[in-house]
Design a protein around this ligand. Structure first.
Ligand code: IMP
Length: 172
């Protein structure tokens, strides 16, 4: 039976989202901001961050699949849902649940840049530095974490646990 070890509480998630939302609201004041959540893991993070911003923002989602049902990346990332909003000349902030190797984000950023946005930046709920292989900068991060496989608050293992309100380490 897998064990769920608590790592980040609901309260801590709220605090960090509110801190990052203040920074983003200041940096994007008077700019047309579009949040792009990366499905499926960022659906809860996107909803909460969008509501925490004090500036107007539009929301869209992009679908990307990297992991199957196991816990290590294949390196092959496919876009499974296209963006619907017109990004031309807009400021895009990509919301990712967790950045691990960074390969998913590299692929998504390349894809989004084809639509000629004015800028593209990255906001991550969890930034797992240790296994980074791609050359990317996370512009806003809620939590820096070393390693482990995390679930809850949108993050899954084989599609389970996304509904948990806090974040847990999954131990086999
Ligand atoms: P990357 O391409 O290696 O950066 O992996 C990013 C994607 O892998 C995330 O969007 C998640 O879907 C998934 N992922 C990476 N680490 C974890 C984890 O600890 N728990 C759940 N999903 C993860």
């Amino acid at each position: 039976m897998p064990k769920l070890i608590p790592v980040i509480t609901e309260e801590e998630i709220k605090e960090q989202i509110s801190r990052v939302a203040k920074e983003i609201s200041k940096d994007y004041e008077d700019k047309k901001l579009i949040l792009i959540g990366v499905l499926k893991g960022s659906f809860i993070f996107t909803a909460d961050l969008s509501r925490s911003l004090s500036i107007p923002n539009q929301v869209d989602f992009v679908g990307a699949s990297s992991y199957g049902s196991n816990t290590s990346t294949s390196g092959e990332v496919t876009i499974t849902k296209d963006v619907g909003l017109d990004l031309e000349g807009k400021h895009v902030l990509v919301l990712e649940d967790i950045v691990d190797t960074g390969l998913t984000l590299i692929r998504i950023i390349d894809y989004l840049k084809k639509f000629n946005p004015e800028s593209v930046k990255i906001c991550a709920l969890l930034n797992k530095h240790e296994r980074r292989t791609a050359d990317i900068t996370v512009d806003y991060e809620c939590f820096a974490i070393p390693k482990g496989f995390l679930v809850g608050y949108g993050l899954d293992y084989a599609e389970d646990y996304r509904n948990l309100p806090a974040i847990f380490n999954l131990e086999e």
